[in-house]
Design a protein around this ligand. Sequence first.
Ligand code: GCU
Length: 700
Amino acid sequence: MHYRYLLFLLLLAANSYADDGYRLWLKYDLINDAPQRETYSRSAQFIALTSNTPTLKAAADELQTGLQGLLGKPVPVIANAGNRTGGIILTIRKAQALAKDGYQLSREKGNLVIGGKTDAGVLYGAFALLRQLQTLQPLETLPRTSNPKIQYRLLNHWDNPNGSVERGYAGESLWKWYELPERLDPRYRDYARANASLGINGTVVNNVNASARFLTREYLDKVAALATVFRPYGIRVYLSVYFPAPKVIGGLKTADPLDPEVRKWWADKTKEIYGLIPDFGGYLVKANSEGEPGPQDYNRTHADGANMLAEALKPYDGIVMWRAFVYKADPKADRFKAALEEFGDLDGKFDPKVIVQVKNGPIDFQPREPFSPLFGAMTKTPLSIEFQITQEYMGFATHLVYEAPLFKECLESDTYAKGSPPGAATVAKVVDGSLNNHALSAIAGVANTGSDRNWTGHPMAQANWYAFGRLAWDHTLTSEAIATEWVNMTLTHEPKAVKQITGLMMRSREIYVDYNTPLGLSRPWTGVHFAPEPWQNKSSRPDWTAIYYHRVDSIGLGFDRTATGSNALAQYTPKVRQVWDNADQCPLPYLLWFHHVPWTKKLSTGRTLWDELCTRFYTGADSVSWMQQQWAGVKPAIDPELFANVAGRLATQRKEAIWWRDAWVLYLQPFARQPIPAPFKKPDRSLEDVKRLVDIYQLR
Ligand code: GCU
């Protein structure tokens, strides 16, 4: 072949190379700046591995791969540094300042030492070092000691045995149940690497609406196979359990948690699991919730159910995560209050191996919710927080919403529990166990991963997985710092582009709230939870209609949760109540969560409720054009395939934001009986047009 033709082919191949997003934030592309490479290289001439455990080996492998990519040169792994200098030493150490899983980075005798109390700690330190290089930071600014603030940092997968993912928008399940346990998809290891790079140390592999099948020997073998891949990366597997499993697969007549045979069944099953998975993490349970069975079917309490499982786990290092996401179909009740009504009296009655897992808000992963009142009220029980990373209520994988500000808003909310002074009893301090001195602490994120090549469908949704993991390790990190880090590792190093994309991400959630559920509106949907259908008034249960939540009438809008209404506010400590109780002072983001506000009421912005709502809907939808412009502006700095992918999704988001705005204003206007305020223009379609669109989408 003529060499010019060959050159042409090579160039073609190089140009057609595109970033498909598979590598997530672990790209390890060559650092462009040669002097910088040189500086790093001086400290990375070898990797010394003091012992050959699978986790330390994984750490060395990762460093080797990462350094090869970033520095463009092979870095040998050796057994012993001897007198050599200029290398990286991986070692276990007993430093006082180190917590389990923590790591310490130090310069010792001309080498960079990554120390951990555990193998996993060393692995996390290796990833921290790589992150420093990936974000082009000087090695001198590496954190000296870093300990996780929360002990159990888990992803919850809502994955089903048939390969589907409940509320998953990135393809099918990552777990190929039909191939397991014999074939191990190489992707399982990459999944583990990505999680370990963030410090995530556990994964619940199946849906909380659990199939009993997962507790059969056949499925346990499959789960055990996954566990072997995850183990070197410090990730333990957990299972969601179907409470009546002793009946369904055990042949017993009952699943009553106080029945001795049932207890024995769970003890035996747990023993079987630990025989197959010695580091099994434990059970996650959704019981007596949304039709799922549970201990109340036998007139027992949530504590009876949870403590039975804790007893089965007693001989092992496993825990029970019992979910507090419960509410009954009572037309007179306020769903907001349901969890505390059921769990409040059980505070202090759970076995020490039980942690109660609470969704961040009282309802269900809305774009904005006040924090769940349980965090301030249940001080005698360790509480885990559950966030939803997958965008069930936030535009699926079509809308760009960076979730770190949502996570932070909740974690930084002040519960004022136990009469604490301001800032001393934040949700974060409840969750990390420090406020109430609990030994157990946990945080869970409902995963947004799937079989799509780029893992999360929307390329920018990778940032939400990333942000969850980083905050699970250290909830004091800022949303902006995490975004900057992620953009640098994943998209570009070009400083102007980094700033622009970070700015876009930081505003994205507020923009979404504005065109979707401004001023504290919530749950305007049923069905697939995509487009608002505020008109929705029919369902098998009252709390599955939209009108139950927004309570529109000719006087105003919003749910009165003060003493004149459902009095849900009484579930919070007096100081919190004070902030939200008075409609004149209640911060606008929470207004309609707690008050039924007259259409004509003047708000702190100087506008009436109706005008303010319209302003939010219209500016929110318009701001998506701003997002598009911001993205268009970074084109030269972004891989073309990735750029086009995000640009396309933003165009859809723009179209849908207008549609969602129209759904709300056209529906509300006949109640408010007021014109759309200038300068905004009345939608050029009718409510019927919009309803038709929603119907089409409900068919998804
Ligand atoms: C939401 C979601 C369900 C899920 C439930 C839960 O209601 O729509 O799919 O099962 O939360 O968290 O249990």
